[in-house]
Design a binder for this molecule. Sequence first.
Ligand SMILES: Cc1cc2nc3c(=O)[nH]c(=O)nc-3n(C[C@H](O)[C@H](O)[C@H](O)COP(=O)(O)OP(=O)(O)OC[C@H]3O[C@@H](n4cnc5c(N)ncnc54)[C@H](O)[C@@H]3O)c2cc1C
Length: 495
Amino acid sequence: MMGVEPRGMSETFVVVGGDAAGMAAASKAKRDDPELEIVVFEKGQWVSYGACGLPYYIKGEIQSLHDLVSVTPAEFREGRDIDLRTGHEVVAIDPDERAVTAEIVDGDDDRVGETVTQPYDHLLIATGAEATVPPIAGIDREGVYTLGSMSDGKELREYVARAREDRSLQQPDRGPACQYLEECRGPVGVVGGGYIGIEMAEALAANGFEVHLFQRGDRVLKNFSEATSEAVVEHLHEQDVVVHLDAGVEELAPAETAVNEETAPVGAVVTADDRVPVEMVLVGTGVRPRTALAESAGIECGETGAIATDAYHETNVPDVYAAGDCAETTHVVSGAPVYIPLALTANRHGRAIGQTVAGTPTEGGPVAGTAAVKAFEIEASRTGILDHERAREAGFDPVSKTITANSRAGYYPEGGTVTVTLTADRDSERVLGASLVSEYGEGAVHRSHAIVGAITEGATVSALENYDLAYAPPFNTTWDPILVAAKVLAGQLRE
Ligand SMILES: Cc1cc2nc3c(=O)[nH]c(=O)nc-3n(C[C@H](O)[C@H](O)[C@H](O)COP(=O)(O)OP(=O)(O)OC[C@H]3O[C@@H](n4cnc5c(N)ncnc54)[C@H](O)[C@@H]3O)c2cc1C
């Protein structure tokens, strides 16, 4: 059955996808122009949720999925006057008719299966990304999970809860990993050493599982510096996580004792050199932009595979915007289109689109690819371009230096160290990127923000060296570790 919603007198802004980018745009547009009619279609039931918190929900530090929601559907509908339609999946966009078609896929009433057509004056595609599922034999077996959505998070938490209740597979206490459980079980496998893999290794180990992390290349967190990757691997080992490097997974196999091998749940992770028995596998090998809806409407993707946009986040189709994990953006150092799906970018670009649609053309700005991760008791961050090959592709002659310095005054009773890798261009001395790692709470992540400033403004290493940073013994040394790194790198560039 097809229903056509009448076009009102005021302009209509339609948003596809009700999370970070979509709801930021809807809220800002409504705030700036209360006359705008705003319709948001979200295929699921959750809106404005923080997927970033899912590993901590699975770990047990956050008690309810509802705690991850920043604004509820009721608040959007009643408080912000946004026509939010959950359980509605947009299945087609017709740019000529300036209308979208949505199918009701979920809900309490008997309208499930119906379609509605909604005209738009402005349209935002904010369909996000989905977890990639690599073509590994056995990837469909029961007991293999990904973590890309709230429902994935719910399933994994339920798995952990079942494991906690199951006393039949008790193992002896495994030391520091067993903070939350008297009994340990496992082993479990995590495939992928990116930030989600590492956060999940912590979440599972904290629940008593013996965790094996498999990484195809020779280091985890490959977008960070080698020094950061090494520090994280060393710490994972200290926390009893077994890290298998250069261990491309060839198969997720059944247990050797399985009666029916085809239908059996996962029982082992098989690499070229190893066969590790596991009872569950979390696959965290990355995400890909959800672009099928856009592409079927003639909206173009760029070389990165994500939706291409201009500085105002408008696609090749007039009045159709794209933002967040489904869209490309521009790198602040290289000026090239990049696909770096992160939460602040989605929020910032969504907000800019809301402002544009409400009448003030606004650019969301480029990104530096700044990211942070916590791994048990250490923290790490990265920003800009660190990889020398990528820097050369962008036309730079990169030089990097790594230093380790005290995080607080040496005489101060607490403290640790911060390791900083700083990369700059040899000729211009421009700061290109940085990667920092420290004990958790010793400031690697917050320190990196000063370097983000330098990168964004195109500052030289010598300028960074002279940044007037705050100093007091409980926070740093007189020369903060990032100033030390800048000083050492500047010295090398002058040689
Ligand atoms: C486990 C995990 C941890 C993360 N941790 C961090 C972190 O620490 N820091 C960080 O910066 N980022 C992190 N991220 C990434 C961050 O969550 C995303 O960058 C952000 O959510 C992107 O927002 P978005 O609105 O673009 O897309 P999404 O959050 O993916 O939302 C897209 C929405 O669109 C809906 N949708 C899709 N297609 C349709 C359709 N056809 N019709 C209707 N609705 C549709 C989907 O159901 C979804 O709700 C993490 C992500 C995950 C999964």
